[in-house]
Design a binder for this molecule. Sequence first.
Ligand code: SF4
Ligand code: SF4
Length: 372
Amino acid sequence: MDKIKKNFGFGCMRLPMKGDQVDTEETCRMVDAFLDAGFNYFDTAHGYLDGKSELALKDCLTSRYPRDRYILTNKLTNFYFKKEEEIRPFFESQLEACGVDYFDFYLMHAQNEEIFKFFKSCHAYETAFELKKEGKIRHVGISFHDRAEILEQILTEYPEIEVVQIQFNYVDYDDPAVQSRKCYEICRKFNKPVLVMEPVKGGNLVNLPEEAKKVIEDLHGGSPASYAIRFAAGFPGMMMVLSGMSSLAQMQDNISFMKDFKPLDETEMEAVKKVQAIFRSMNLIPCTACRYCTAGCPKKISIPDLFAIMNTKQLYHDWNADYYYNAVHTAPGRKASDCIKCGKCEKACPQHLQIRKLLEEVAKEFENNQGE
Ligand code: SF4
Ligand code: SF4
């Protein structure tokens, strides 16, 4: 772990796109700027951008820089194996896609009660520890989305786990479903360095509601993202805060305040508490747009986009949201009311959202006047 240079990492799940392909020129510029500024941690997974994130890292990072210039984390995701024998071939395909012969960190992806049981039944953890002995993984960890008690169970059963990635941001800090604070406390109890995902809550803490925006502007300091990322990075034991950046401009903003990182001071912390309270009062759908739910939906409903539109309408009372609902995100047969309530999406949702119920509310909001 001593290869890690700074506490800010490049999450490669929202790379810049040109149509449905990664914009490799912009990604190369981002990689160069990131490394030039002294950062070196990159995070990917096979599911990010349908496998294109791994390939983009080969094009933009691993084929252009020597192996000791960067730290690369990849993950074992439950969608891509059904039994133990399929894990190694999948892992080898990830090494090849990324153009490396080892991963610095390899995480058991999106662990929750159910997925953990499946991983155990396939000896996934044991396989990862063997790969570590073979030198193909330097450190084994987990990324986690469930209640703190399940995290405690996993860390008790597998003390060999070296790092834990959790969702941690100032809105989810005391959220009863996400339990950021409680999960963080478990990591501290087991003395595991923490990797933070979703510090800006899928962009929700970047595009703030007006009232919250004003609180941040009154500080006359950095961008809304800067406060969210510095909040997460300021807790003891936070080894790395990841940000899923989509443009050079976003990256430059992040570099500007993470290059010489300072935790939030008292006034800034007070402002963040005010923003927390504003979010709580607004009753928004806490979707992070990770899109894990969409792959298995038999009706191909654009679940996160519909939730984003619903939140936009709630925040800004924006007529434009109706246009987006009807003209952009609901092709025939893919409206919220087309949901057949199979529940597949809810099993995949790391935020434990009651998607079926929420889609009923979306349908009520946007489909009422259309005689359907
Ligand atoms: S419950 Fe509805 S939205 Fe979810 S996967 Fe099934 S059809 Fe799709
Ligand atoms: S509904 Fe859940 S799984 Fe789907 S995008 Fe939102 S947070 Fe992710």
